[in-house]
Ligand binder design. Structure first.
Ligand SMILES: Nc1ncnc2c(CN3C[C@H](CCSCCOCCO)[C@@H](O)C3)c[nH]c12
Length: 229
């Protein structure tokens, strides 16, 4: 029986999801709250990690190891790199990387450390469900590479580095750490993001303005995917 983890990084990313559920049981653990619900017979644990790769790794590991989740879906917002991605648009990750992981001094490529890999792929099965839902609901969704790093990107210089180095389509601060955790624990995972900004000099203003509405875009799509699982 599937037990689903639904994760975000910020409260604003999870709030639109929680509003769909009643009878929520709250479990406090490791300075965080985990919301347990049952939806259409599916046991679900929902949490927002707080910002960044370390918090996201802790929450993903907790949802799997402590709560016994066997599938993990991430919903949230992202900065656009691919110019086809406009504010509010949806992107599903087929693979993720860490743009700020750097031991190039030793001849390794950006995003690589021994024992790891530059890219981690998401679950093809979950992506196929998502694509079917998008088609059924006439949703425009891009499938692409998402780059993760412990920084809010707000400069075209950093954005261009990430694009040229990883050929990434979007960027954020948690997805690749969820990917490494799920890959290591052999848990199928899926990362969905809606664009809140373009990671350029206007990113801070756009993010403040569009966080909530873009988080709702992602959450509404994710709920439709959950209903298919
Ligand atoms: N351009 C960008 N660069 C990197 N990541 C993103 C993302 C994706 N999420 C949003 C959030 C931004 C962290 S700062 C939030 C401000 O907090 C305000 C509270 O003081 C973090 O969880 C990553 C959207 N645009 C981005």
């Amino acid at each position: 029986m599937t037990k689903l983890a639904i994760m975000g990084a910020m409260e604003e990313e999870i709030e639109p999801l929680l509003s769909h559920f009643k009878d929520v049981n709250i479990v406090e653990f490791a300075n965080n709250k985990y919301y347990e619900v049952n939806y259409n017979g599916l046991d679900i644990v929902i949490a927002y990690s707080k910002i960044g790769k370390v918090f996201a790794s802790l929450t993903a590991t907790t949802m799997i190891e402590k709560f016994g989740c066997d599938t993990l879906l991430f919903s949230g917002v992202a900065g656009a790199i691919n110019p086809k991605l406009q504010i509010g648009d949806l992107i599903i990750a087929d693979k993720l990387c860490q743009h700020d992981l750097d031991i190039t001094a030793f001849g390794h490529p950006n995003g690589f450390v021994p024992g790891g890999s530059v890219f981690v792929e998401t679950s093809k099965e979950l992506r196929d469900v998502a694509t079917q839902v998008a088609n059924e609901n006439d949703l425009k969704v891009i499938v692409g590479t998402i780059a993760t790093g412990d920084q809010f990107v707000h400069s075209t210089e950093r954005k261009n580095f990430i694009e040229s180095t990883f050929k990434a389509d979007a960027l954020e601060m948690e997805g690749a750490s969820v990917a490494v955790v799920c890959d290591a624990l052999d848990i199928p995972f899926f990362v969905l993001r809606a664009i809140s900004d373009s990671a350029d000099m206007d990113a801070g203003f756009d993010f403040d303005e569009f966080l909530k509405s873009s988080a709702v875009n992602s959450a509404n799509y994710l709920i439709k995917i959950v209903e298919k699982l």
